[in-house]
Design a protein around this ligand. Structure first.
Ligand code: KIV
Ligand code: ZN
Length: 522
């Protein structure tokens, strides 16, 4: 069991790879999940919920490998209240130095209706499944899903049952983001007062953000005695998402005077994780998002700019460096060499192997020739678009010309290298990107459906790079691609081709719809 012997130590449980990955449309490949888990481990996250092992073979493999690679964090897998689920979960997490099984059942009247269990039948199920989990693993977390809409007397009964059956952490989920700070605190206080054995386990808080109160609800629960916060990077998660890790951790750091609780998080890793999760999940961070949004440290009005120049604390309550955000200086120039690039990337949190560094260096030189100023964000985008490409890619964009403007139809002349052999075609479409995508499909026919096409400017200015994300689905598998370029249409073509290369290599992941279906069938 994880130690909170320091009364004021709050454990950080990150569920980006489980609840976060359940966000409609979020996708992460197997390699990306391993990378994010390694970064979370390095950042000092106490518990990583790495996935839902019974949901698919892909999830099982990801949890097993994360368990095997983790150095410090407890590695947790999710399981429904069934011995099959729990056994499968244990098979995946048992490779970890510190494994945890997290099992749950919906306890509110609405959820009891769905499972068609009486209150007593559900108690019996909790008793059997939690003790089964505890016989396999010394660290068992149990959650009454939809706790905040469960009758208080019944909530006390189910929590008491789970504790008696061996649960070491009791998580209280606000599954539908329904609670408010005062109620969130009162619920934890009530459980601590009324449930026998409550002082021997750790209470966790798991808040969804449907009313925008997830972070406030989590902090209120901590003030009432919860000692584990469940959260995700960038607040990723079902519907409106979860408590954001960066928000609770920075709130506890900045307002330690009124909330004297500590976490073991190295906050300087926050910005890098936020950027990587945004890139790999295809979920951009909203500009005005607390802590990690692009505007979080920007000052527009004259009064604010003047104040900040005189004393930064006038309008800033935390230092950008505290979250690993360094001054937006010009990163490198076109005369900079490979060593300077490597050092700059290391400062930004990227340790690249020789091959990837070589690729990023070539891209950097090309960019520096075309763009006046190369910022840190440009380098981050270059790394992201190089990550999904390899020298042995099946498809490569070799030449592209488009005709666009007020008179349609727009046209694209595209040359693709398919296994090194060039093929050229002309296509038209309802816009330049549509014309390019039509051309790609004519040269490389496939049955995948385009689910998402998203463009984001990396920096300001008309010469800014655009990062394009594309998501394709075929037979219940998701293939995502990304690319960045000053030319948005070129970035679009490369992102599409990047996704097709993944499709060709079979590097997709099970779609959420297919995942939920297989979980339901098991
Ligand atoms: O929101 C929720 O209730 C959950 C549970 C599985 C803990 O994510
Ligand atoms: Zn949740």
């Amino acid at each position: 069991m994880t130690d909170t012997s320091e009364q004021n130590q709050v454990l950080i449980f990150d569920t980006t790879l489980r609840d976060g990955e359940q966000s409609p449309g979020a996708t992460m490949s197997h390699e990306e999940k391993l990378e994010i888990a390694a970064l979370l481990d390095e950042m000092g996250v106490d518990i990583i919920e790495a996935g839902f092992p019974i949901a698919s073979d892909g999830d099982f493999e990801a949890v097993s490998q994360i368990a095997a690679q983790s150095k410090h964090s407890v590695i947790c897998g999710l399981a429904r209240a069934s011995t099959n689920d729990i056994d499968r979960c244990w098979e995946a997490v048992k490779h970890a130095a510190k494994p945890r099984i997290h099992t749950f059942i919906g306890t509110s009247p609405l959820h009891r209706d769905i499972t068609a269990l009486t209150q007593d039948e559900m108690i019996a199920k909790i008793q059997t499944t939690v003790s089964h989990a505890r016989n396999l693993c010394g660290d068992v977390q149990w959650s009454p899903m939809d706790a905040t809409r469960t009758e208080h007397d019944y909530l006390c009964r189910v929590v008491e049952t789970a504790i008696k059956a061996g649960a070491t952490t009791i998580n209280i989920p606000d599954t539908v983001g329904y609670t408010a700070p005062r109620e969130s605190a009162e619920l934890i206080r009530m459980l601590l007062e009324r449930v026998p054995g409550a002082d021997e386990i750790i209470f966790a808080t798991h808040c969804h953000n449907d009313l925008g109160m997830a972070t406030a609800n989590a902090l209120a629960a901590v003030e009432a005695g919860a000692r584990q916060i469940e959260c995700t990077i960038n607040g990723l998660g079902e519907r409106a998402g979860n408590t954001a890790l960066e928000e609770v951790v920075m709130a506890l750091k900045v307002r330690n005077d009124i909330m004297p609780y500590q976490t073991g998080i190295d906050t300087t890793k926050i910005m890098h994780l936020s950027r990587r999760v945004s890139q790999v999940s295809g979920f951009p961070v909203q500009f005005n998002k607390a802590v990690v949004g692009k505007n979080a440290f920007l000052h527009e009005s004259g009064i604010h700019q003047d104040g900040v120049l005189k004393n930064v604390q006038t309008f800033e309550i935390m230092r950008p460096e505290d979250i690993g955000l360094f001054a937006k200086n010009i990163a490198l120039g076109k005369h900079s060499g490979r060593a300077a690039l490597r050092a700059k990337l290391a400062e930004l949190g990227f340790e690249l192997g020789d091959n990837q560094l070589k690729d990023v260096f070539v891209r950097f030189k090309a960019l520096a020739d075309r763009k006046k100023e190369v910022y840190d964000e440009d380098l981050v985008a270059l790394v992201a678009s190089s990550a999904g490409t390899g020298g042995d890619d099946h498809l490569k964009v070799s030449k592209l010309r488009v005709v666009c403007g007020t008179e349609g139809p727009q046209e694209a002349e595209l040359t693709l290298e398919i296994d090194g052999t060039p093929a050229t075609i002309d296509a038209t479409g309802g816009g330049p990107v549509d014309a390019v995508f039509n051309a790609i499909k004519m040269l490389y026919p496939h049955g995948a459906k385009l689910d998402l096409y998203q463009v984001q400017a990396v920096t300001e200015g008309t010469d800014a790079q655009a990062t394009v994300s594309v998501r394709l689905t075929l037979d219940g598998r998701v293939y995502s691609g990304q690319s960045a370029d000053i030319d948005t249409v070129v970035a679009s073509a490369k992102a599409y081709v990047n996704a097709l290369n993944r499709l060709h290599a079979g590097q997709g992941r099970t779609s959420n719809a297919a995942l939920m279906q297989s979980a339901g069938e098991s």
